[in-house]
Design a protein around this ligand. Structure first.
Ligand code: ATP
Ligand code: MG
Length: 286
């Protein structure tokens, strides 16, 4: 029998575009017309379920889906038993405690005996009990930031990105309690057949991620500085050196992480490198 795996992704929201982009960059083709809840790839044994992100941890732990892409915040809050295969590096955000701007904040003990509104009662409860703080947690599903101004709670715990929503509601961030990014999760105990497909998918995702964090660098350099330049941009095995038409000069091609490139740029130029080009890499298999 030909196996197929099923992956749950967010239907629409702050996870969905990057989730689908990653899958496309893995060379996996599929159709996701508006309103479709299910789709099958035409060139890889994978089927998609488009869901609300709240439901993804449960579907994966139940085995209705074999894989899922979800935020760590949602995963930890739902407290489902699944394997985390990979951090994906997008949908980065933080969960923070916030209080009315005019209040003076000392430390986490500020919240002793206070009421806090949140959509993340488990994460917040765990955090507060770590500090032995008893607070009254009001679970609400949305528009958490208006809770203090309507008298529902004295503070809130919610996702913060820029902080502008907090400011508009007269609140200030006082404590970061959880950092989150999107993760690829898997059902525990997948069959051998399914695991083999998951391995193939992971191989492709790793190649895409590696490609993104590295750049292809081309530069011209006088031959006498080649030794120094090779040390600065050692590449995957070693750089490619090609002679230029102009005598005494070479073109050096290499692969380097973007961070390392910026760290080494001054030294490269000091060594005589010029005409430096930095080109994106689509996939990288080492
Ligand atoms: P759904 O309708 O699927 O339940 P939602 O309204 O619960 O969606 P979104 O706002 O789409 O959720 O956010 C999905 C996830 O994206 C969050 O759980 C969080 O992990 C992450 N996220 C939330 N806000 C941001 C942000 N400002 N920047 C980056 N990532 C974010
Ligand atoms: Mg949700």
């Amino acid at each position: 029998m030909n196996s197929i795996i099923r992956i749950a992704v967010q239907k629409s929201g702050r996870l969905s575009d990057d989730s689908l982009a990653l899958i496309k960059e893995c060379g996996i083709k599929f159709y996701n017309g508006t309103g479709k809840l299910k789709s099958t790839s035409t060139n890889f044994p994978i089927e998609f379920l488009f869901l609300r992100d709240d439901d993804i941890p449960g579907y994966v732990s139940d085995g209705v889906a074999d894989l899922g892409i979800v935020g760590e915040n949602e995963l930890v809050e739902k407290d489902k038993d699944v394997d985390i295969l990979k951090k994906l590096g997008f949908s980065k955000c933080r969960l923070s405690l916030a209080i009315p701007k005019g209040q003076e904040y000392t430390n986490i003990h500020y919240f002793q005996g206070k009421s806090v509104a949140t959509s993340y009662p488990k994460i917040l409860g765990d955090y507060l009990s770590k500090y032995n703080i008893q607070a009254e947690i009001h679970e609400i599903s949305g528009s958490v930031e208006i809770a203090p101004s309507i008298g529902l709670a004295e503070g809130i715990c919610d996702i913060v990105s820029s902080g502008s929503t907090l400011m508009m509601n007269g609140l200030k961030e006082v404590e970061e309690i959880f950092k989150s990014e999107a993760v690829l999760i898997a059902h525990k105990n997948l069959s051998e057949d399914k695991l083999a497909i998951v391995e193939k998918l992971l191989f492709r995702m790793n190649a895409v991620q590696k490609g993104k964090s590295n750049k292809y660098v081309l530069l011209n350099a006088p031959n006498e500085s080649l030794e120094k330049i090779i040390q600065l941009i050692p590449g995957m095995r070693s750089p490619t050196i090609l002679p230029l038409a102009q005598e005494g000069w070479s073109s050096v091609h290499s692969v380097i992480s973007e961070d390392q490139f910026w760290e080494n740029i001054e030294e490269l130029r000091a060594a005589g490198a010029e005409g430096i080009l930095v080109v994106p890499i689509e996939k990288m298999v080492v």
